[in-house]
Design a protein around this ligand. Structure first.
Ligand code: GAL
Length: 540
């Protein structure tokens, strides 16, 4: 599997409007909340385990705070269809059968989900060789079976989508959208409202599929695990940067099932993971063994202030606002009551004091409530654990004046060492192949009357999407030097999954400017490629 690839698509307009048209099937209007076995049990969940976990969702008070779906994952299916071609369950995994399990779940006041795959087979094998059945070509009949068994939700995976030997294809040579559209139409004809959870791993950028959402949620990335790690959280956070604007009631970015409660993340990391997923309007699907859930796990999962962010009727995701490389991130977004949620993530590997700069979310003043603890804050300085976060609800906000920038087109700079221009969408000239020896230097940059530290704003393209972890997963590093001084590392998330859509307004403050118009800014990276640059703004 390639760890990184470029998606060659027709160029689209850079002034790309978010056409958000959600799936209007009456369910999934808010992000789904529930439980799924995969992150804890892989494909080994049994009927007895489904019973126990469903009972735990109720007895631990998780249903009361919104977790309502109990979903099957891999391992419940048979390895062959019946003589009439109908989908069958595994008698070994589910001896009493799916309808009985659905009834058990429904009798607890919960909803029931099934899992299938739009491929020749599903992802997994049993006994080393026998494949679980896939639904490709059987969509209508399979959905009719699921509906008759009492399904309220279906998660649809993407293994063997191309053929019977191509297991997981991160660059499939076919339109995956066609598969999922067929499934959507089968579900629409099922005669029962069924939430459609598309698990396409983001390979063909389902957030941008033309014509509106095909599903109630779509996975945006490769699996969160196993193994469970902070690196996976970082990879997925970077991958959602360009598509936060596509979340809307009825259709949401799915950042994958939760790892809260599983080993591999500290408590602070689990808290950050949960708050980020909630505020990004991802489905919140618990995927841990609830019979062993600690008080800490339950405190994270049952924080009703954080859940309220997720279930807010506006349905808008937080968006990426500012990255202080290796230090902290700032994300924010609107809520239905007119307030703003701000999420500040500590990238440092140790606990530290951090002062949140309100201007990073566009405000000069606001009243802040800490949503993790529920306390009102007089000042926005907090001690944050390694990889911990502050989650703030901001009210009474006053908008800060926006800085004015003088822009320097990248193509007007001096290119050396392999850096070259390329025209995007027949309209914009960007500079590519910066890094690995290539450099871009902008001259005659205005440092104003006093020079010193300046706010810079980058417009760039980075389509370097990654489905497995790298040194910079779904991001690229640029070293920025002002007037030949010490280069500062600036980490830039992807701007899209293709090389034709800009990320505009990536801000960074840098020292070393002289008064007047004799400054230079040099962009480079000795050991990797940077994004392609369109322009750099320097605040007046
Ligand atoms: C993956 C999917 C996971 C899980 C797994 C089962 O493709 O993304 O969430 O369902 O298959 O093997």
């Amino acid at each position: 599997m390639p760890s990184q690839w470029k998606l060659h698509k027709p160029l689209v307009s850079l002034a790309f409007p978010y056409v958000v048209a959600a799936l209007n099937n009456g369910v999934g209007v808010k992000p789904a909340m529930g439980w799924n076995p995969y992150n804890a049990f892989a494909c080994a969940a049994t009927e007895a385990m489904y019973h126990t976990q469903a009972q735990s969702v109720v007895s631990l008070g998780l249903l009361a705070v919104g977790y309502q779906y109990i979903n099957l994952d891999c391992g419940w299916q048979a390895t062959s269809r019946d003589s009439a071609g109908k989908f069958q369950w595994s008698n070994k995994t589910l001896p009493a059968g799916v309808p009985a399990l659905a009834t058990f779940v429904h009798n607890l006041g919960l909803k029931f989900g099934v899992y299938t795959d739009l491929g020749v087979f599903a992802c997994d094998t049993v006994g080393g060789t026998a494949h679980f059945i896939g639904s490709l070509g059987h969509e209508t009949s399979d959905v009719a079976s699921y509906a008759s068994w009492g399904a309220d939700y279906v998660k649809v995976d993407n293994c063997f989508a191309v053929n019977s030997t191509d297991f997981v294809d991160f660059d499939p040579p076919i339109s995956i959208k066609d598969h999922f559209t067929t499934m959507r139409d089968a579900l629409a004809a099922a005669g029962r409202p069924i939430l459609f959870s598309a698990c396409e791993w983001g390979v063909q950028d389902p957030a941008r599929w033309p014509g509106g959402s095909v599903a109630n949620s779509w996975r945006i990335s490769n699996d969160i695990g196993p193994p469970n790690s902070w690196d996976n959280i970082f990879r997925i956070m970077n991958q959602v940067v360009p598509i936060t604007g596509f979340a809307a009631p009825g259709g949401f970015n799915d950042l994958d099932m939760l790892e809260v409660g599983n080993s591999g993340l500290t408590t602070a990391e689990q808290q950050t993971h949960f708050a980020f997923w909630a505020a990004a309007k991802s489905p919140l699907i618990i995927s841990t063994d609830l019979t062993k859930a600690s008080t800490q796990t339950l405190n994270i999962l049952k924080n009703t202030r954080i859940i309220a962010l997720n279930q807010d009727s506006l349905g808008k995701s937080i968006a990426f606002k500012r990255r202080y490389t290796n230090d902290h991130d700032v994300w924010s977004g609107p809520l239905s009551d007119g307030s703003t949620v701000a999420l500040v993530i500590n990238w440092q590997d140790s606990s530290r004091s951090l002062t949140f700069n309100l201007a990073d979310v566009g405000f000069s003043s606001a009243t802040a409530t800490d949503l993790i603890t529920g306390t009102s804050l007089g000042k926005i300085t907090q001690t944050l654990a390694a990889h911990g976060s502050i989650v703030l609800k901001l009210t009474n906000a006053i908008t800060a004046p926006t800085p004015t920038f003088t822009f320097y087109p990248a193509a007007s700079g001096a290119l050396a060492g392999g850096a070259i221009t390329r025209v995007v969408n027949s309209s914009l000239t960007v500079v590519g192949f910066v890094g690995n020896g290539g450099t871009l230097t902008l001259s005659n940059v205005d440092g104003g009357a006093s020079g010193g530290t300046k706010l810079l704003s980058f417009d760039y393209i980075n389509g370097d999407v990654t489905f497995s972890n790298t040194a910079c997963s779904n991001c690229r590093n640029t070293l920025v030097s002002v007037n030949g001084g010490t280069a500062v590392q600036v980490q830039m998330p992807i701007s899209a999954q293709s090389w034709d859509i800009l990320l505009s307004g990536y801000m960074v403050s840098l020292p070393g400017f002289k008064p007047g118009k004799t400054n230079t800014i040099t962009l480079s990276n000795p050991s990797a490629f940077t994004p392609d640059f369109y322009r750099v703004g320097v605040a007046v």
